[in-house]
Ligand binder design. Sequence first.
Ligand code: IFM
Length: 441
Amino acid sequence: MPNATYTFPPDFKWGVATSSHQVEGNNENNQWAAWEQETGRIKQGHQAGRACDWWEHAEEDFDRAAALGLNSLRLSIEWSRVEPEPGKFDEDALERYREMLQGLLERGLEPMVTLHHFSNPLWLEKQGGWLNIGAIAYFDRYVERVVRALGEQTTLWCTINEPNVYAVMGYLQGLFPPGQQDFKAMRIVLRHLLRAHGVAYRTIHRLQPAARVGLAHNLHIFDPAKPGNLLDRLAAGGLDLSFNRSILNAVWKGWWTLPLGFGPAWSLHHTLDWIGLNYYTRALVSFDCGARDTLYGRLSHAPDAELLDGGYGELYPEGLERALLRMARLGIPIYITENGIPDSDDDQRPRALLLHLHRLWRVLQGNFPIQGYYHWTLVDNFEWADGWTQRFGLIGLDPETGERTPRPSADLYAAVAKGNAITPELLDAYAPELREVLLPQ
Ligand code: IFM
């Protein structure tokens, strides 16, 4: 019989995750800023604009994160600020990041620093972005500079966020810049990103032997719509191989698998000190010979599923447990580098948060080395092609005025982090209907 209080390990990291372009504001020198100027690219013509104003006032949100009782925060460095022109580094920008990381440390928040989270300097984009093999060496030069500048403030590095999402959205679905729909290009971009990860892994360790270096992988669950149908199973398996397994095979086994290629990727072998899991939702897959963009799998959701805002998918907390158990096979530490839902009126988030954290707790009972959980996200931020239409924040933001309004979920997450546990009292206060589901009767 499990105890009615679900307690987490004593040194567990409770955090929130963000990325530079989504929160800093006034990033005008990257490919997203240019993309936002083009008509029809972003829902309702939204732009990141001042975003959450972190470049000027991040510390005010750091205070909010500390007040929630968190002990870590994941943010990313904006390459276009640090290296606005090829080879020209901006010492003031690096100093601002140093100040931000120092601000986190002073508030008891361990920084996790992502080096690439979807945005590229415009000069790189003009040279073909990650289609250009030269991007790998450029990235390495930038990484070296950042690690030299910020190495006193952190040893916890995430090289690249969601290489699969970056490549698929930008080069297959065409919804992110540069808006291409070209399978071959998608494959090349993904290979270059993974090779850049491998190079960065070694560079960071050369400069900082104590570094802990990982990569944040978006593991999307693909289940056959009809498990008894062989074609559905093949289509789901093909998507899983392409979107999930091929990435993990490359950076852990050092082996390219389809669609990335076939054969050794020795320089990538074991280039992870930890793996980051970004988990959001799952899709059901039916074989469809017309669905070329999604490798002949038509995506849908379970007929009885509870759906998330704005077509984001289904609420499927079990997927977090499944994804963690898959990643645990690597045998290395795991961070949940992102998990959350879009929910502007917070009518699903408290329950969703409790259900996901309960799944996490269940996996922890197997003594798997899960080090921390980073909720996506602290304050509503610019949600890429969805602009400001999707609200992932524990704290709501009016992007016009900058006014922040904490949602009930913020108090709930604070109570879990401060108590390091899910208690029956929290279930009663935030989602009484879960008492039946989560507590032994
Ligand atoms: O906002 C994004 C983030 O940048 C990458 N992972 C998914 C989040 C929510 O869609």
